[in-house]
Design a binder for this molecule. Structure first.
Ligand code: SF4
Length: 539
């Protein structure tokens, strides 16, 4: 290709990030062969990564908090949207104190960088960033979530939250630009690739396709979401990487029209249309309403004539990404909001009262009470819960299949799908929000048939098979607010003890005592499903 034909694919406009200068970072500028070179100590990279992940575990962007506040200020918001927005703002205030992180899933650490060719670091950038990430996850009340495969089937927690996903590209100049992202598993699981073709490129077909796919996202990744759609891409990988960057709002300043070079652009008209679609889904901010999404980004990319990849993804209520840069002026990190209380109105809102559920009564009594309530009923749970998630379910399922005796805790108490972060000194519990319930769907028929955990508590929607199993065996599924893990820990958990499988770390089986834990009746023993009935197209 002639040089004149080349144009950058991503033509970023000016960087409008509000940065805070952390210091000089020991950065030295030297002039050699007529050019300025930036010499950056290895430790500066480690310190920057450590600081970025420490801050983003506790602090959110002011723009994200303003969007939560806008839900409270919108006269058209329903009670459920408001109560979730208020809970998330309250959670942000608790997390900002620096002890409990925003969410119990403190994420996979992702570092995306562009390093100017005149930046000299010694070449161990990935190791340096990893050192900083490991330091933060070890010394703060975060959670180790990464599993190392020891063989095809055996896994062990790495105990450091490493490995991190670190991708550094080369660029011109003498600046180092970075984006640090802490991505939770539930949020990452809502990234999708659809291999389409030219037939999709008509306004009606594209709208219908997007409406169908957006509805399938469901509520498991803790809405309200920042939603990103990418149409086109030179490869599947490029499409999905672009989804990730758009979710981080790192492509907000792209041009708003295409040109013959194939440059990427934002389509604001389609963004508005898709946002309107999300408002009609009925899922809302987790339990019905219109605030399924805060906003939508649509990016159009060039493509091969024979393929049309379409990418879809979300950033969840733990909207954790922090831009940074290292220049001759020093080390800079995006300013996050240290005082989220300024977004939270002082007066308590009026929301519909919750039905108190006494979990200290025998299981039959709890089931009888739940059976009298319509799905969508607000609940307030007080008493013991057993905590278990993926690995405990797999182990118990094997015990059940082998005909082994099962412990009483499987039948006496409801199960809460969760895995906490570390407990801060002087506190009863680490951040302790719900995990995605649908990952346990495959066990439900067998467990319910065996009388195991007839009541479950988690987040998000579940498969039709779970509703059917609940109808057959008298089961119930309750949802609690996802993304409010610091508030759940501080305001609603009174004790935590390990019951079984301690070796599983954050996935161990625990017994907790809760007080006034907010919940919703999502699926009842007649097979009625709050999400399916409100949003028939949502899976
Ligand atoms: S807010 Fe929800 S989806 Fe996001 S990291 Fe936390 S649990 Fe996962």
């Amino acid at each position: 290709m002639a040089e004149a034909d080349y144009a950058p694919l991503f033509q970023h406009g000016p960087d409008r990030t509000d940065y805070e200068r952390l210091g000089d970072g020991g950065v030295v500028r030297e002039r050699w062969r007529g050019r300025d070179w930036l010499i950056v100590p290895r430790e500066t990279l480690a310190d920057l990564a450590a600081e970025a992940f420490a801050r983003s575990a506790h602090l959110l962007r002011p723009s994200h908090l303003a969007q939560l506040r806008a839900i409270l200020d919108d006269p058209d918001s329903g009670d459920n949207d408001r109560s979730v927005a208020r809970a998330l703002l309250h959670n942000a205030v608790i997390a900002a104190a620096g002890a409990l992180p925003l969410c119990q899933d403190t994420g996979t650490a992702v570092v995306i960088g562009e390093k100017g060719e005149q930046v000299l670091t010694g070449g161990e950038d990935v190791a340096a960033f990893s050192d900083g990430i490991a330091r933060t996850y070890a010394t703060r009340n975060l959670r180790f979530s990464q599993l190392a495969p020891l063989s095809l089937y055996e896994e062990r927690n790495t105990g450091s939250n490493l490995p991190a996903q670190i991708e550094i590209a080369a660029g011109p100049g003498s600046d180092y630009r970075l984006l640090f992202v802490a991505k939770g598993g539930g949020s990452a699981n809502k990234t999708f690739l659809f291999q389409q073709n030219t037939a999709l490129l008509s306004p009606e077909r594209l709208r219908a396709f997007l409406a169908e796919k957006v509805a399938t996202l469901g509520a498991a990744a803790c809405p309200p979401y920042h939603l990103a759609l990418v149409i086109g891409g030179l490869s599947a990988e490029q499409t999905l990487k672009t989804v990730k960057l758009a979710n981080c709002r790192a492509l907000d300043n792209l041009p708003e029209s295409g040109d013959a070079s194939g440059r990427a652009f934002r389509d604001r008209a389609l963004e508005a249309e898709v946002l309107a679609i999300t408002r009609e889904l009925g899922i809302g901010a987790q339990f019905g309403g219109k605030y399924f999404c805060h906003d939508v980004r649509v990016i159009r990319l060039p493509r091969h004539a024979g393929s049309l990849p379409v990418g879809l993804g979300v950033s969840c209520s733990a909207d954790r990404q922090t831009a940074a840069k290292i220049t001759a002026e020093g080390v800079f990190l995006e300013r996050l909001e240290a005082h989220p209380e300024r977004f939270l109105p002082e007066l308590d809102e009026c929301v519909a009262p919750a039905v108190p559920i006494d979990l200290t009564q025998p299981m039959e009594g709890i089931r009888r009470q739940l059976a009298t309530l319509p799905v969508g009923t607000r609940l307030s749970l007080t008493g013991p819960l057993v905590v278990a998630r993926d690995k405990a379910h797999a182990a118990l399922s094997e015990r059940l299949a082998a005909g082994g005796t099962l412990p009483d805790y499987l039948r006496d108490h409801p199960v809460y799908y969760a895995g906490p972060a570390k407990t801060p000194d002087g506190m009863v519990s680490g951040a302790f929000g719900p995990t995605t319930a649908s990952r346990m769907d495959g066990y439900m028929e067998t467990f319910l048939a065996a009388g195991v955990w007839p009541i479950s508590l988690g987040k998000g929607n579940r498969s039709a098979a779970v509703a059917d199993a609940c109808a057959r065996h008298g089961g119930f599924y309750l949802g609690t607010i996802g993304g409010a893990a610091a508030a759940i820990a501080r305001d609603h958990i009174r004790s935590v003890e390990t019951l079984d499988m301690e070796e599983l770390g954050m996935e161990a089986v625990r017994r907790i005592e809760v007080v006034d834990l907010p919940a919703f009746l999502v699926i009842d023993d007649k097979g009625r499903d709050f999400y399916r009935d409100r949003a028939p197209t949502a899976a």
